[in-house]
Design a protein around this ligand. Structure first.
Ligand SMILES: [Zn+2]
Length: 153
């Protein structure tokens, strides 16, 4: 095996999840959203890589880890076009798209400073009122939050 091929083998995943087509600006938000810092699994994070579909992209590969759909769909809040490659024995066995959940609990901060969720120790809750444009509405104060205004907690 030559050196170049060896390097590719290191980069390839035997078993696990590869999250592809992440916009470079949100790669590290995805890391914290999935709480990857708490895992002991080998993780490879690539960013500002060349992409055929986008100007540039990020990729996160997590060895030996398959996520619950409810967890993975959180990514849709900040990166609706990511593709998840489920890998077994070096083969992509499934490609998954993320789907925005109908209700988002505890990830997004309410933009209304007077909202009870900003003044009491409680979990935020948002209903997704437009899943194509990622528009959210706070369950407690009814303020509407557009995609560009979303602040993650
Ligand atoms: Zn609110």
């Amino acid at each position: 095996m030559n050196e170049r091929r060896k390097a590719m083998q290191v980069a390839a995943l035997c078993n696990g999840t590869a999250i592809d087509h992440i916009p470079p600006s949100v790669v590290f938000k995805v890391v914290s959203l999935l709480e990857l810092e708490k895992l002991d699994n080998p993780i490879t994070i690539g960013n500002n890589l060349e992409s055929k579909k986008m100007a540039s992209k990020g990729i996160i590969k997590i060895t030996g880890k398959y996520f619950e759909e409810s967890v993975i769909n959180k990514i849709a809040i900040i990166a609706p076009n990511v593709v998840l490659n489920i890998i077994k024995d070096y083969e992509v066995v499934e490609k998954k798209r993320v789907v925005l959940p109908k209700v988002i609990n505890g990830i997004v901060k309410c933009n209304n400073p007077k909202c009870i969720t900003n003044n009491e120790p409680m979990t935020t809750r948002f209903e997704v009122i437009d899943c194509n444009n990622t528009e959210l509405r706070c369950h407690y104060c009814n303020i509407k939050i557009q995609k560009d205004e979303i602040i993650l907690k």
